[in-house]
Design a protein around this ligand. Structure first.
Ligand SMILES: Nc1ncnc2c1ncn2[C@@H]1O[C@H](COP(=O)(O)OP(=O)(O)OP(=O)(O)O)[C@@H](O)[C@H]1O
Ligand SMILES: [Mg+2]
Length: 422
């Protein structure tokens, strides 16, 4: 009788306990599964929350922990992406190295500068990809002594590339070295301009010195008594006047060049025709050509359209070109000016049958102060700035200027001015 009551109760209790145990072990199994996925880096798994669950608190804590880790990971990813975007867009090359000398990060600009193929570098030591001793020694010094270093580096690539590199150690709060950051700044352009500027100053000084020495010499000769010898005195004064004109021309050309190179000076573009510009230039040189017995042929296509130009400056272009033709072509020579349309450009040719220019000088002729034949130019007295002024002005009109010549067979300068300036 008793057993008929107790046994079913016992049975029910056992069943209830088994169910509870089963649920409990299922929860523990679930906790294990979630934690395993965390350990595999997946923080998106969550525990199911059941209100009657005795492990409910644990499940809630696990979910909150996962959420927090996920949030922080996201923050770190965002920061990393931001940093990578900044590094990728920097004009400087950036290199990050661990305290153990391994490469941690190379910016795309650095890869370019040192011609590193992108996958080549990961896990390598910095000295495996940088072949420059100064850079490597400086990085080692920064790591060893934990100090900031700045160095100037020249690489021969085959062309020369100049860098300044700033190497900075990065330490944690307790002063332990974490990494070293090297920032490479390409200063090649700057160096080029610095060199040009030095050369320019040297050239100007030289150009000023020659006439000044001559003026000084003749003035001293006159002072020493030559002033009383009328015929000699007049000849010396002529030389002084000529050298003074030369100085004046030089200063004038330098002023034109510097105004063209200065960013503030605006071109005064108006719609006008090249024909009238050429006519006024021809008028300026007519007398000299007649005196030298040179013949001039002008062949301008009719109805050339007006284009946007700074007429005064364009006059300077054709004056410089015609001046050269007249100056370098011997007496009795022939000069021709042609103008027409070619490929949406107005093309103007200034052709002479003078001594021409050798092929090695042709490529340098538009450089400042360049004169092909120094002895011949001594007589003609030019500054060597005329063609650089021409090039500057034509380029400011979005045009081009070319030269074709064979030594002994004349020269032909062609100016192309666009019909439609952008
Ligand atoms: N038509 C030409 N025939 C032969 N050589 C020329 C001709 N035009 C230019 N050259 C050469 O190119 C050099 C540079 O010309 P550029 O006009 O720049 O200087 P320049 O005439 O010597 O001096 P500047 O024009 O300042 O008076 C000349 O010195 C000359 O050697
Ligand atoms: Mg000239």
């Amino acid at each position: 009788m008793l057993s008929s009551i107790i046994l079913p109760i016992l049975f029910i209790i056992i069943i209830a306990l088994s169910i509870k145990c089963y649920r409990h072990s299922r929860r523990i199994h679930e906790i294990r599964r979630v934690i395993r996925s965390f350990s595999q880096g997946d923080f998106s798994s969550r525990m199911v929350l059941a209100p009657s669950d005795r492990l409910g608190d644990v499940a809630l804590n696990i979910n909150e922990l996962a959420q927090e880790i996920q949030r922080r990971l996201q923050e770190m990813t965002n920061e990393k992406e931001k940093l990578e975007a900044i590094l990728s867009n920097m004009a400087e090359g950036v290199l990050v190295i661990s305290a153990q000398e391994r490469l941690l990060h190379l910016s795309p600009r650095f890869l370019d500068m040192f011609e590193v193929r992108s996958q080549d570098w990961s896990k390598k030591y910095y000295w495996e990809i940088i072949a420059n001793q100064t850079i490597n020694e400086s990085i080692r010094e920064a790591i060893t002594h934990k100090k900031v270093l700045r160095r100037n580096i020249t690489l021969v690539h085959p062309q020369e590339i100049f860098f300044t590199v700033l190497i900075s150690p990065v330490m944690d709060a307790s002063g332990v070295l974490m990494s070293v950051v090297a920032v490479f700044h390409d200063v090649t352009e700057f160096k080029k301009y610095e060199r040009l500027r030095t050369e320019f100053v040297a050239n100007v000084s030289h150009e000023l010195k020659t006439p000044l020495t001559s003026i000084k010499g003749f003035v001293e000769t006159l002072q020493a008594g030559a002033i009383d010898d009328k015929t000699h005195a007049l000849r010396f004064l002529d030389i002084i006047a000529k050298q003074t004109r030369r100085l004046e021309d030089l200063v004038q050309d330098l002023l034109i060049l510097s105004s063209l190179e200065s960013k503030d000076v605006k071109m005064n573009f108006i719609q006008s025709g090249v024909a009238s510009v050429i006519s006024s230039v021809v008028l300026m040189k007519k007398k000299q050509m007649e005196e030298q017995g040179q013949t001039l042929e002008v062949d301008i296509a009719p109805d050339l359209p007006f284009i946007l130009m700074d007429t005064q400056r364009m006059e300077q272009v054709f004056l410089n070109l015609l001046d050269n033709a007249v100056k370098f072509t011997p007496a009795g020579g022939k000069i021709k000016i042609k103008a027409g349309i070619e490929k949406r450009h107005i093309r103007v040719d200034i052709i002479d049958n003078g001594p021409g220019i050798s092929s090695e000088n042709l490529s340098r002729i538009f450089e400042r102060f360049f004169r092909a034949d120094k002895s011949r130019n001594q007589e003609t007295g030019g500054t060597g700035l005329g063609l650089s002024i021409v090039k500057h002005i034509v380029e400011a009109h979005q045009g081009t200027v070319n030269v074709e010549s064979t030594l002994g067979r004349g020269a032909s300068f062609s100016v192309y001015l666009p019909l439609d300036m952008i």
